[in-house]
Structure formats: structure tokens, C-alpha cells
Design a protein around this ligand. Structure first.
Ligand code: NAD
Length: 457
């Protein structure tokens, strides 16, 4: 079927009002969960073929989050879809006022490759939970996972309601010619700008989940061992191909060496230092383009640990760079790979200013026991979201809206925030006929003016 026909049919299906029924939505969410469960092996195999991601990581960072999100929606959408009464005020007495959550219509979800299931299906599921229809375009880079999603969704759902269209730039460009009621995009900043421009032609609202360089502050009073443990896990999970991974470290000079040693010890617990092949604890780089881009960022003079690469295997060992400055090439763009530059500072205010000179990051992490300093950093630096004394784990709490600010994104999702993203809140003033004071009608008079002023002032 041609794209324009699928969109026209989704519009018709939406206009049939079926998706507005909560029992229909709950049934569809449960159906998605059972299809995912039935096809777990297919999903594990596809992602392994694409970048050797282990079952453990695939479950922990993809499927578990999807199941949890579906459960959250099944449990809450009745409550979230209720009309909400608000007060009315004397000017409209004896009217009532309320807000009705309503779905937007036909929505387009464009996914990124690094967590291919979660970043495509989570927004798609959210949109369906809010009562929309969905056209999903996953990233083409992990071709097997894209194929797997197309298979399990297109075999089990009518394309009038939920449909996966596979493809890359050409197909996405074509999709963007059409008018949608909402576009939800996850990906890079340059492509985010293309999406925003295309959406503007139709005045389509967008959510843009983008990237950036997420700083991680390690202050002098932190627990060095646990800090190293949490940062090493977060940075090298999925081989650093995580939008909210700690991109670089800002460490107090007085603990720099101890911290570097602790990071090294931590990595060595699960990676042998001479390793050059993927093991079950580690993931491949998605493709050779990214492998080549990343290996160019490793300045051999600055390698403190790691730096081992194998192009055939698309393997880059967990790598720590030391004595890095803000001028180094690795500090110019988001790294999105297993290389961790460490910059030491002697003046925290100066470090804060260096971060503030740059685009607002998607995430920021602060490791310290000092509440005063933590609050100072939270107040002074703008970023999408983050964690204190941890990294990445904020994502597992669906009560925390997930999204960027400034160049790292527009809008947010996860849990209720996602429901809101795909919902229009329709405001209604509801008035009976039995009272009509007439004050607003001509002829105007000084007495009416006085009365109006009394109302409003
Ligand atoms: P990308 O921008 O290259 O691709 C994302 C999507 O856009 C893909 O589906 C792709 O097919 C499509 N696309 C690519 N070029 C296009 C073009 N010219 N016109 C129209 N569509 C196009 O991003 P990526 O490489 O898949 O992901 C990496 C980036 O995404 C990183 O910057 C990362 O930080 C960011 N990211 C953000 C989040 C988040 O939730 N905020 C999550 C994951 C990744």
C-alpha cells in the first residue's frame, strides 16, 4: 500500500472514534505485550545479529522498559483520560469548567538505532495508549531489528491503526511530505532540524528527543569507588551508544588520579585489558562508519586505559582518556561510543562556566556528598534530566519525564509525560440557560464599567 493511502486510512480509522474507547486501547496494549513476549527469541536474535547485544542487556534496557510502560498505561489511562474539573470564577457564574483529554489523530514516530526496540516502540505504545493511530519508522541501521519490528507489528495489526514502515533517508523524506497530527522523533540534532522544518510546513507539533554532550561532575568529597563503579557501568553499557551516557568527566584535580585508578579497576573486573573481541558483557559498534569516526577520536598520547580496536569485529575497548581539554577534538561533538574523556578542574565555578558556554545537554550527573554544592550545580546548569550519585538509572523511573532542553530536545515522554505529549487538553466552559446578567452587552454604561472593574481587579 502507498504511504498516502495508509495515512488516509489511518485518518479514517481515527475518525471512526474506535481509538477513543478506553477498552479498545487497553486491549491493544495488552496485545502488544503478548506479541512481544511471544516473539522474545526473534527480538533477541535480531538485535544480536545487528550489534551482538546480549539477551541480558536487551531485556534490561529494551523489553523490560516496554513491559513496564505498557503496565503503567493499562493501569492509569482510565484515570488520565478522565475529564478534569477546574474552578470557574464569578464572571461566568453559574457555569462549570472542565478539561477533556483527547487524542491528537494520526501520528508519526521516527526511531533511532541505539536502543532500537525501546526508542521506536515506547513512543509508539505511548501514542496508542493516548488514543492515536501510529505510523512507525524505525532506524534502518540495525536492519534485523527493523525487520523484526515490521514483522511482528504488521502481521498482527491492521495498518489502518498501527503500521511499521521500514527505510532510511529516502522513505523518511517521503513520509515527511505528508501532514500528521504529531511527529515524535528520536535522533541527532542535525536530523532533528530537518524534521522540525518539515513539520513546520504543516504546523505539525513535534517532540524531538535529541542528543548532546552530557557532563558528569565528580567532586572531591565523593565516594570514589562507588562513583567509578556507577560511571563505568553507565558509560560502557551498550558500548557507550546511549544518548544519556556520561559523555565526559569533570573531576576535582585533588582526586583525579585516585578516580582514574578506580575507573580502571572497575573496568578490569569485566574486561581484560588486552581484549580485542566482543564478549557477552559488551556490545559492537553499530557500523564501520561509526567505528571509523570513534577510532579517530582516540588520541593515543592521552589514553589512560583501553584504546584497543578491531575493525573487523567493530570492537572498541572501554577507553579512558586523561589530560583532556575543552579544545580537544573529542570535546567538540557528542561521542556516542566507549571513549571517556576525563578533564580535571581546580575551580568548580570555572568548570560550570565551561559547561554553560556549550549547548544545554540532555543529561548531567553529579557525584558528591555535599548537598550545598549539588544544589548549586542543579540551580546553575540547565539540562534535560539527570541523577545525583548515579547515571542512566533515572530512565527506569517512569514518573520522571524524559526529554531535552535547548539543542538536546523539545518535549518529553515516559509515563504520564508521554500520555500528555500525545494528548490535546480541550478546555470547556459549560453554562446553563437560567441566568443571563447582560453586563457584557451594549449599551455600555459607567455602572457596567464599574461592575466589570470590580470583577477583574
Ligand atoms: P539520526 O538522526 O541519524 O537518525 C534518526 C532517524 O532519522 C532514523 O530513523 C533515520 O532513518 C532518520 N534520518 C536520518 N537522516 C535523515 C534525513 N536526512 N532525513 C530524514 N530522516 C533521517 O540518529 P541516530 O544515528 O539514529 O541516533 C544517534 C543520535 O540520536 C545521537 O545524537 C543520540 O544522542 C540521539 N539519541 C537521542 C535519544 C533521546 O532519547 N534523546 C535517544 C537515542 C539517541
Amino acid at each position: 500500500m502507498e504511504i498516502n493511502e495508509i495515512i488516509a486510512r489511518q485518518n479514517d480509522f481515527f475518525n471512526s472514534n474506535q481509538t477513543k474507547r478506553l477498552d479498545f486501547r487497553i486491549e491493544q496494549l495488552k496485545k502488544i505485550k503478548s506479541i512481544l513476549k511471544e516473539n522474545e527469541d526473534l527480538l533477541y536474535n535480531a538485535i544480536y545479529e545487528d550489534f551482538r547485544k546480549s539477551e541480558f542487556e536487551t531485556y534490561g534496557s529494551e523489553l523490560s522498559l516496554l513491559y513496564h510502560e505498557i503496565n503503567t498505561f493499562v493501569k492509569n489511562i482510565k484515570k488520565w483520560s478522565k475529564r478534569k474539573k477546574v474552578s470557574t470564577g464569578l464572571a461566568n457564574f453559574p457555569a462549570k469548567s472542565y478539561i477533556i483529554p483527547e487524542p491528537l489523530g494520526t501520528t508519526l514516530v521516527i526511531g533511532a538505532w541505539n536502543y532500537p526496540y525501546q526508542l521506536s516502540l515506547m513512543p509508539a505504545i505511548t501514542s496508542l495508549a493516548a488514543g492515536n493511530t501510529v505510523l512507525l519508522k524505525p532506524s534502518e541501521l540495525p536492519s534485523k531489528t527493523s525487520e523484526a519490528m515490521a514483522k511482528i507489528i504488521n502481521d498482527n495489526f491492521s495498518s489502518d491503526y498501527f503500521c511499521v514502515i521500514e527505510g532510511g533517508v529516502k522513505q523518511t523524506t517521503e513520509l515527511l511530505e505528508y501532514r500528521f497530527d504529531k511527529i515524535f522523533f528520536t535522533g541527532s540534532i542535525p536530523v532533528g532540524k530537518i524534521i522540525y522544518q518539515a513539520a513546520a510546513k504543516h504546523l505539525t507539533p513535534v517532540t524531538l528527543e535529541l542528543g548532546g554532550k552530557s557532563p558528569t561532575f565528580v567532586l572531591a568529597d565523593t565516594d570514589i569507588k562507588i562513583t567509578a563503579q556507577r560511571i563505568a557501568w553507565a558509560k560502557f553499557y551498550n558500548a557507550g551508544q546511549t544518548c544519556v551516557a556520561p559523555d565526559y568527566i569533570l573531576v576535582d584535580k585533588s582526586i583525579e588520579q585516585k578516580f582514574l585508578e578506580a575507573l580502571k579497576n572497575e573496568i578490569e573486573r569485566y574486561h581484560k585489558s588486552n581484549e580485542t573481541e566482543i564478549t557477552e558483557n559488551y556490545t559492537q559498534i553499530i557500523n564501520t562508519n561509526n567505528f571509523d569516526r570513534l577510532t579517530k577520536l582516540i588520541d593515543n598520547n592521552k589514553v589512560f586505559f583501553g584504546g584497543k580496536t578491531n575493525r573487523q569485529e567493530r570492537f572498541i575497548s572501554p577507553t579512558i582518556l586523561q589530560n583532556v581539554t575543552f579544545k580537544d577534538e573529542i570535546m567538540q561533538d557528542e561521542i556516542f561510543g566507549p571513549i571517556l574523556p576525563v578533564i580535571s578542574y581546580t575551580d568548580l565555578d570555572e568548570a560550570i562556566n565551561r559547561v554553560k558556554e556549550r549547548p544545554k545537554p540532555l543529561a548531567c550527573y553529579i557525584y558528591s556528598k555535599n548537598r550545598k554544592t549539588i544544589n548549586k550545580l542543579l540551580k546553575e546548569i540547565s539540562f534535560g534530566g539527570g541523577a545525583i550519585n548515579d547515571s542512566l538509572m533515572q530512565l527506569t523511573n517512569s514518573k520522571l519525564p524524559f526529554g531535552g532542553v535547548g539543542l538536546s530536545g523539545i518535549g518529553s515522554y515516559h509515563g504520564k509525560a508521554g500520555f500528555d505529549t500525545f494528548t490535546h487538553y480541550k478546555s470547556i466552559l459549560d453554562k446553563p440557560f437560567w441566568l443571563e446578567p447582560g453586563i457584557k452587552y451594549a449599551p455600555y454604561s459607567a455602572k457596567k464599567m464599574k461592575l466589570i472593574k470590580w470583577f477583574f481587579e
